[in-house]
Ligand binder design. Structure first.
Ligand code: FES
Length: 122
């Protein structure tokens, strides 16, 4: 495991984003609410800037059966990031595409040590 420096905790307020490289792969680090996330920055669809995408609560739908309406609500725990080019959405924690389980991006853990943030790379 390798710790890749991101920046100082004080320089990364809520809403901040920064891209670091894990080998040759750009990874966007985000501070959302009280949590830190790190996900591959490039969209697998057509290489769009996924790391610049909008972060929203995950939309969850429940099929209530034939002839009944679909119930939709926003998750209180799970977040998605949406690619600004064509809207592909990914779970911010797992990297899984929201509609195609065959498509998954790498995500990474962010740790804090002595006031500095680091990305844990394998
Ligand atoms: S490049 Fe990201 S959705 Fe198309």
């Amino acid at each position: 495991m390798t710790l890749i420096p991101v920046c100082s905790l004080v320089d990364f307020p809520e809403g901040a984003r920064k891209t670091v490289n894990v080998g040759d792969t750009p990874v966007t680090v985000l501070h959302v609410g009280e949590s830190y996330y790190a996900i591959e920055a490039t969209c697998p669809h057509q290489s769009g800037p996924l790391g610049q995408g909008v972060v929203l609560p995950k939309l969850e739908a429940t099929f209530m059966g034939a002839g009944k309406r679909l119930v939709e609500s926003f998750s209180e725990t799970d977040l998605t990031i949406s690619c600004p080019w064509h809207g592909w959405e990914f779970d911010l924690s797992t990297g899984a595409h929201c509609g195609d389980p065959e498509v998954t991006l790498s995500t990474f853990e962010i740790v804090e040590k002595k006031g500095e943030l680091f990305l844990k790379a394998p």
